[in-house]
Design a protein around this ligand. Structure first.
Ligand SMILES: Cc1cc2nc3c(=O)[nH]c(=O)nc-3n(C[C@H](O)[C@H](O)[C@H](O)COP(=O)(O)OP(=O)(O)OC[C@H]3O[C@@H](n4cnc5c(N)ncnc54)[C@H](O)[C@@H]3O)c2cc1C
Length: 509
């Protein structure tokens, strides 16, 4: 006779009993019913249980840009999802991949609180690994036409900052993370999405073989950027309202080289801005001592006679950015004007992001914004954060999670797209104006005296991931009324005193 355990087919009941060899018979003593958590502790049982759950989903993510990679990492870490990531371009990490096919213009991104919060949510280690590769910027450095510099700190303590990193480099770091991730994500480079069907069938052109290939997935997530194919396919299945606007501003990539021994030619912990009303130059630091610089100007100026030849370009830059020209170098400036493309700036909003539990758009595919609040990627990363929270809340019921995502996220996305446009005016124009500086000073003083009860808009957007974009705008509008009153009071008082002095002087004459 031997003691033994048998299982029933549904794995929930275990029968404890004995086996009588002489009679070749099982003798049942008792039955134990296990809880689900007990079942999941056993490897064999857990896999058997998982495969029976309804949320064992195959997911295709289209676009291995920043947001696509983070979405893939996030879903692959949940149980019940097998993720395949499709990317139009070749692997940017391969030496054979040319810069043009990476399509990554050298753009430096400012990673701030919302982005970091999302990285942490996916994996706390990921946030620290990325933070090792950034340069913190604790304020803006305004370069005036006179050559004077003015540091405007982002936070009261002067320590809180945003973080500069090259976009292409960050993308490669995230692809590396996918490679080392415990649960492998299959990344298929050289696949151009052509069609998405209602039932999850998707068609690609394999850019190497030029052949069409079809796949079937339970869920398709479009992270394929501003000109998203998934978004245009989604329009066939839902009444998707969307609006887009090109702003009258183009950008050109420039570069400030490192000094000897990787030294920095400008303060490395600032985002440098040369604001000149209608146009501006900015520069963000890189780890190797160089700065990635961008010239923003209206299309009319780029296409004007003034900038149509080398002489004109040098004259324009020597007059408007004399200090910067020295750092960039005239030869390199002219090379950039001759060879670098002019980038368009697009602002885009949608009113819905999903079709049932089948298709979802995320990142720039769902909301492109002009780069003047430094939030495009941060907001895309926040999309991943919000989605993860909703999947938790609805226990991976995709229909419920996606419906709530569409209904609630739209307010925040609309708010940040609008804010980004209004910050263009602030960066290129208002940072020079005396009234703007006065308002900023009052804002600063109120923050200092009222602490958390008074938060400047920039602080809420860049450093307070716990305050949604729409809420931040709402709070800021209320604060603005008070600021305008104080500002008007001060201006009135100063004006009044000035007049009083003039009257006094006149009276004493
Ligand atoms: C000048 C400038 C400065 C910026 N500065 C900041 C900043 O400081 N901070 C910030 O947060 N954001 C900034 N941004 C915005 C940021 O770059 C974007 O928001 C971010 O890159 C969006 O990521 P994404 O993954 O959604 O889209 P993308 O980066 O556009 O990635 C989309 C991917 O999809 C692929 N793809 C496209 N079509 C297909 C297809 N049919 N099939 C398969 N794959 C496809 C593309 O090849 C690409 O790899 C800036 C942008 C610009 C232009």
């Amino acid at each position: 006779m031997a003691a033994s355990l048998w299982r029933k087919t549904d794995w929930r009941e275990i029968i404890i009993g004995t086996y009588d060899f002489s009679r070749n018979q099982k003798l049942q003593l008792s039955t134990v019913t296990l809880t689900i958590s007990q079942i999941l502790t056993t490897n064999e049982m857990s896999s058997s249980f998982e495969s029976a759950t309804p949320h064992n989903k195959s997911v295709a993510i289209i676009g291995a840009g920043l947001v696509g990679c983070l979405t893939a990492l996030s879903l692959s870490k949940r149980s019940g999802y097998s993720v395949t990531l499709f990317e139009l371009r070749p692997d940017p990490r391969l030496e054979s991949t040319s810069k043009s096919s990476k399509n990554l213009r050298s753009i430096n991104l400012a990673v701030s609180d919302r982005g970091l919060n999302a990285l942490r949510r996916v994996d706390p280690g990921l946030e620290s690994r990325i933070l090792e590769k950034v340069i913190p910027m604790t304020g803006r450095m305004i370069h005036k036409l006179s050559g004077e510099e003015e540091s405007q700190k982002y936070a009261l303590d002067g320590k809180k900052g945003i973080n500069s990193i090259d976009r292409g480099y960050l993308n490669e770091l995230l692809l590396e993370e996918l490679d080392i991730s415990e649960k492998k994500v299959e990344v298929k480079f050289g696949y151009k999405l052509e069609k998405v069907q209602e039932d999850g069938k998707i068609s690609f052109t394999n850019t190497n073989t030029k052949q069409q290939e079809q796949f079937q997935f339970d869920l398709v997530i479009g992270a394929d950027g501003s000109f998203s194919k998934v978004r245009s396919e989604l329009q066939k299945f839902i009444r998707l309202d969307y609006s887009q606007q090109y702003i009258d501003c183009a950008y050109l990539e420039l570069s400030i080289p490192a000094l000897d021994n990787n030294g920095f030619s400008l303060d490395k912990n600032h985002l440098h801005i040369w604001p000149r009303d209608d146009f501006m130059l900015i520069a963000l630091p890189n780890l190797d001592g160089s700065f990635t610089s961008t010239f923003f100007a209206p299309w009319g100026l780029f296409e004007s006679k003034e900038l149509s030849n080398d002489e004109g370009i040098l004259k324009f830059f020597r007059y408007n950015f004399p200090d910067a020209v020295e750092l960039i170098g005239e030869e390199s400036l002219l090379y950039a004007f001759a060879h670098h493309p002019r980038g368009k700036l697009l602002s885009l909003k949608c009113n819905q992001y999903n079709y049932k539990d089948k298709i979802l758009i995320i990142g720039d595919a769902a909301h492109s914004m002009v780069p003047f609040y430094g939030q495009g990627m941060n907001c895309g990363f926040e999309d991943v954060f919000v989605l993860t929270e909703l999947l938790d809340k609805h226990r991976d019921d995709l229909s419920l999670a996606f419906e709530e995502y569409s209904q609630t996220r739209v307010h925040d996305l609309s708010a940040i797209v609008d804010l980004a446009i209004s910050n263009y005016k602030e960066m290129s124009h208002k940072v020079n104006s005396k009234l703007f500086l006065l308002k900023t000073k009052i804002d600063f003083l109120l923050t200092k005296s009222l602490g958390d009860r008074w938060l400047p808009l920039y602080t809420m957007v860049s450093f307070r991931a716990d305050i949604g974009y729409a809420k931040a705008v709402q709070i800021s509008k209320r604060q603005d009324i008070i600021l305008n009153w104080i500002q008007a009071g001060i201006v009135g008082l100063v004006g009044g005193l000035g007049l009083w002095n003039v009257l006094g002087r006149w009276a004493r004459k």
